[in-house]
Design a binder for this molecule. Sequence first.
Ligand SMILES: Nc1ncnc2c1ncn2[C@@H]1O[C@H](COP(=O)(O)OP(=O)(O)OP(=O)(O)O)[C@@H](O)[C@H]1O
Ligand code: SF4
Ligand SMILES: [Mg+2]
Length: 334
Amino acid sequence: MSLLSVRNLRIYYSSSRGIVKAVDGVTFDIEREETLGIVGESGCGKSTLAMGLLDILPPSANISGEIILDGENILEKEKEYLRKIRHEKVALIFQDPMTRLDPLMKIKDHFLETFRSHKRDVKEEEALRIAGNLMNSVGLSPEVLDYYPHELSGGMRQRAMIALALVFNPQLLIADEPTTSLDVIVEAQILQLMNKIKKEFHMSIILITHNLGIVAEMADRVAVMYAGKIVEIGSLADIFTRPLHPYTRGLLGSVITLESRELVTMPGEPPDLINPPKGCRFAPRCPYAIEMCMNSEPSLQEAVKGHSVACFRALELMEERDILYRGDIAEKAD
Ligand SMILES: Nc1ncnc2c1ncn2[C@@H]1O[C@H](COP(=O)(O)OP(=O)(O)OP(=O)(O)O)[C@@H](O)[C@H]1O
Ligand code: SF4
Ligand SMILES: [Mg+2]
């Protein structure tokens, strides 16, 4: 049984302009001790999905579908019970830890508050012992518990945030752009730390990032989101070396040009999620679009074992890609 199975998840925001379909029919699984990278352009619904999994959406959001965590559909349960399960089994770390840390509270008070809010009957001494051990696990001295958040560097704050996320020994850690505000060296340290705690705590990780280099380094599988939907999901090798969706190919294309220092982004923009195109949401930007793509919506289908894609022309593209690949080998053999 997968640790997490998300089925047909929809998260719509009501806004003065209309209904924003931020997550629109998302389905995926996460296995135990697996890292799933989620990539996609800004505004495609990545953070909304993360907030939905943790039940921390704003009141304007309406969520439906199934979130099966460890065999239980946590969207069906009573609110209190559901919150407790989610917040103990699933933890979230953000891009900017200051949004979660109270500047007026010492780090140790954040730990005490976390125990208190979960009605855990733990004596203060025991809570601080656990907190000290967790600080050690994330490479911080337990003395840092006596500091205020503003007394820590960005990297230390993110470490403290990770330690706090580990209090209830979660099975799933959701990291939403966890290193975006850090410099490259600290970023590498935090990523290393995430891999270390993943093994130590036997956790699965959902890693949301714009940075495909980070995904390549960290993820076992990758989901590509576009305009509120997963358009392709597969192993790291499938997505990076055998991509099928034209959008994934475009994203990877921009990495290749980034490496060659020519910053070329994909032409066009993602659609307005209040009124998305009625057919394939990528059609207005897709170089392979045909008439059918404008009128009907492709569903996510397994093209090769473990590799699914939502594109009517995926099989043709697969053949084209394989022909190109064979051509490449033939050229090398000559
Ligand atoms: N509270 C809200 N009310 C209405 N619309 C919202 C709200 N929060 C987000 N949205 C919209 O939902 C869509 C998805 O936003 P979300 O923040 O989930 O995207 P994202 O993929 O995380 O983007 P980024 O990469 O910039 O972090 C966007 O169109 C955004 O404008
Ligand atoms: S379904 Fe059509 S428009 Fe959508 S990605 Fe595939 S070819 Fe492009
Ligand atoms: Mg986001």
